[in-house]
Design a protein around this ligand. Structure first.
Ligand SMILES: [Zn+2]
Length: 177
């Protein structure tokens, strides 16, 4: 663990000015924090360890409730992404021939593994965007719900380990025959 500050310094020299490397750097730091937290939890005394795990579970349950409010809502969902498409119409003398292209909107969605596209009339644009946003939020909430449950299960396993007493020093009882 003592080597970490030096590693970060060495890393700092390289990532400046490069967005991708900055992202990698944040990931690296987060990984270190998670690793340290796990290490820390293992070396704590069992009671504070148990209360720490319970606090983390309570926090995750609150996050899961927020995701559930989204999942159980009534807002209409529409799968797909609204794309802005520039087009030329082919009419002779039209402004689009000189580069001032027509803009239209399409809804692109993957249905049964195939990308399907349909035109979105201007008057529907705001509604379609709202519904596709709803869909994206729904999918994000669903993914969060799954991830949170996995984290809760992991913490429940840690609770089980922390709460289980060491019984190996006791001789197994034998029935008198
Ligand atoms: Zn045109």
């Amino acid at each position: 663990m003592l080597e970490i500050p030096r590693k970060i310094e060495a890393f700092e020299g390289n990532w400046r000015g490069n967005a991708e490397k900055v992202d990698f750097f944040s990931f690296f730091v987060l990984t270190l924090i998670c690793y340290y937290e796990r290490l820390h939890i293992r070396t704590m005394n069992p009671l504070s360890q148990i209360s720490r795990i319970r606090q983390r579970i309570a926090r995750l349950v609150r996050q899961r409730q927020a995701a559930e409010r989204r999942l159980l809502g009534r807002a209409e969902l529409l799968k797909g992404t609204v794309l802005e498409v520039q087009r030329t119409c082919g009419k002779p003398g039209c402004k689009c021939a000189e580069g001032d292209k027509h803009i239209c909107y399409q809804l692109s969605a993957s249905i049964e593994g195939r990308t399907q596209t349909r035109n979105v009339p201007r008057k529907e644009l705001i509604k379609v965007r709202r519904l596709t946003d709803n869909y994206r939020r729904f999918r994000r909430a669903r993914a969060a719900w799954v991830r949170i449950n996995e984290q809760i299960i992991e913490l429940i396993n840690q609770l089980e380990t922390a709460r289980t007493v060491d019984d190996s020093s006791n001789e197994p009882r034998r029935k008198k025959s």
